[in-house]
Design a protein around this ligand. Structure first.
Ligand SMILES: O=C([C@@H]1CCCNC1)N1CCCCC1
Length: 327
């Protein structure tokens, strides 16, 4: 059946957590459409590492089974990572249930995960070809659930500083305005990748030549990382915007009125509200603010939570497409 859970942004909308029940134990996890491993803080980790965290205890689950000899090791683009061993258990997300889901039990996690005490781990929702389990690669929760879901979809409804929803198996049309604009996904890279080769600022004339012209939909990335040409074009319309090397990206006066960004998603222009591009003050004075739109020098572009806060997104694993609509 279908499953629906509320998601909650951490302070500053840095990441979005939602409850996942593993072998009867409910923990909050970071749903990540930009990776394909389900890994958890668990009772193998040291008490120092576990301090403040929820943890999954396989010994307390009557349905846990170890996968002898299986290991995982994942490194994320932001330099964080985790590694450990693997078992299987029953996973229930708001009613959508998978038995025999690979549960990757971290025995080593990088610092940023230790300090993020609200998160018990990640649930990867990209394509299973990116899963890092060896010697036998494992499937994502969504891949395992596909055949039993009423519709072969999951949806992301992420909001600024407010509860949203992750849903599996159904598209709730009360969560967005107008029709969903569907675009084909190129699964070659293992991401939810689509063509994005044009942008416009504040309703101005579109530019139609973004180098590379590809982007991925990544709920696990906080910001929106676009080609330099998009970033330069956008912030050229923001008074006082500067590239602030010390802070590590573009900043502008917090008093600035930010224009909307129109961005191509498979041939349809989606809007990212200017308000959503004002990410956070860089210091307590609240004078200078850090942009939610920043540059990436690698391809594809990575449309993270800043994009999702303005757009409801449906991920269709039946025909490998993405549906986008304003919300
Ligand atoms: O590792 C990541 C992100 C990190 C944040 C969480 N989502 C996955 N990448 C982004 C997509 C391209 C490959 C690197």
């Amino acid at each position: 059946g279908a499953g629906s859970v509320a998601n909650t942004p951490e302070a500053g909308d840095v990441e979005y957590l939602a409850p996942v029940t593993i072998g009867g134990q409910t923990v909050n996890m970071d749903f990540d459409s930009g990776s394909s491993d389900l890994w958890v803080f668990n009772t193998q980790l040291s008490l120092n590492t576990l301090s403040g965290h929820m943890a999954y205890n396989p010994a307390q689950s009557s349905t846990f089974q170890l996968l002898p000899g299986s290991t995982f090791s994942i490194s994320y683009g932001d330099g964080s990572g985790a590694a450990g061993n693997v078992g299987t258990d029953t996973v229930n997300i708001g009613g959508a249930t998978v038995t025999g889901q690979a549960i990757e039990l971290a025995t080593d996690v990088s610092t940023s995960f230790v300090t993020d005490t609200q998160s018990t781990g990640l649930i990867g929702l990209a394509f299973s070809k990116l899963n890092t389990v060896k010697p036998v690669q494992q499937k994502t929760f969504f891949d395992n659930a596909l055949a039993t879901l009423p519709e072969p979809v999951f949806t992301a409804d992420l909001r600024h500083n407010a509860a949203g929803t992750y849903e599996f198996g159904a598209i709730d049309s009360t969560k967005f305005s107008g029709p969903l604009a569907w675009t084909p996904v190129n699964t070659t890279s293992g991401f939810w990748q689509f063509t994005s080769q044009a942008f416009a600022v504040g309703g101005g004339a579109p530019s139609t030549s973004v180098p590379g012209g590809q982007a991925i939909a990544d709920t696990g990335t906080t910001l929106m990382l676009a080609d330099q040409s998009v970033v330069d074009g956008y912030y050229s319309q923001v008074q006082g915007a500067v590239n602030n090397a010390t802070v590590g990206g573009v900043t502008f006066p917090c008093s600035a009125t930010l224009p909307d960004l129109q961005i191509d998603v498979g041939g349809t222009m989606a809007t990212v509200r200017g308000d959503d591009i004002n990410f956070a003050p860089v210091d307590q004075t609240g004078t200078t603010c850090f942009g939610g739109l920043q540059a990436t020098t690698v391809q594809p572009q990575i449309y993270g939570d800043i994009f999702f806060k303005s757009n409801f997104v449906a991920f269709n694993g039946g025909n490998n497409s993405l549906g986008v609509a304003p919300h």
